[in-house]
Design a protein around this ligand. Structure first.
Ligand SMILES: [Zn+2]
Length: 181
């Protein structure tokens, strides 16, 4: 449920278009991943796989799926387990579309969505393209927010979730008409 302030922001943003679109599948995977480790109070993380698009001079990014592997995590830190990279590459290989890594997600179990100094450092060194986003999810407070760096300053990036490929603003070959009875 969006607050009055968020609804207002959403309406303004919807009018001019979003910079980031998240598929329902990706959103669900991120949420389930965070929820699965919420009980032990551990952070989770993964890559955002998607497409960078341009339409009428505007650039936007689609997150169509995510990839992750075994993690080395505590309540306040997380990284890929060093012995689990094979599994990560397998997961990336099994992705059925030509993807670009458009950012990363990680969770802050109970301590709200923001970019910590470590998160900013990660963003700066590994995700320094304009289309790179950092999605932070707090499964306890039920918050999710996307961020990016603009001249080294953390900015919030409004995003929309789309429900199926038919709504996908990327008019690729996977878009097909709904079956009509
Ligand atoms: Zn963080």
């Amino acid at each position: 449920m969006l607050s009055g302030r968020s609804l207002e922001r959403y309406a303004t943003q919807e009018a001019k278009g979003f910079e980031l679109y998240l598929s329902k599948v990706a959103e669900q995977k991120i949420r389930n991943h965070a929820l699965a480790h919420m009980g032990e109070g551990k952070e989770v993380m993964g890559f955002l796989l998607g497409t960078v698009c341009r339409h009428q001079g505007r650039e936007y990014t689609l997150v169509r799926d995510v990839a992750t592997t075994d993690l080395d995590a505590t309540a306040v830190s997380v990284r890929f387990d060093r012995s689990a990279f094979d599994k990560l590459f397998e997961e990336l290989d099994s992705c059925d579309f030509k993807y670009v890594i458009v950012g990363w997600y990680h969770s802050h179990p109970s301590y709200t969505c923001f970019m910590s100094a470590t998160d900013i450092q990660t963003q700066r060194t590994m995700f320094n393209q304009r289309y790179h986003s950092a999605i932070v999810i707090d499964p306890v407070n039920k918050e999710i927010e996307a961020f990016y760096l603009e001249n080294d300053r953390v900015e919030s990036r409004p995003f929309a979730v789309y429900w199926d490929e038919h709504q996908n603003p990327y008019y690729g070959r996977t878009v097909r008409a709904r079956a009509v009875k």
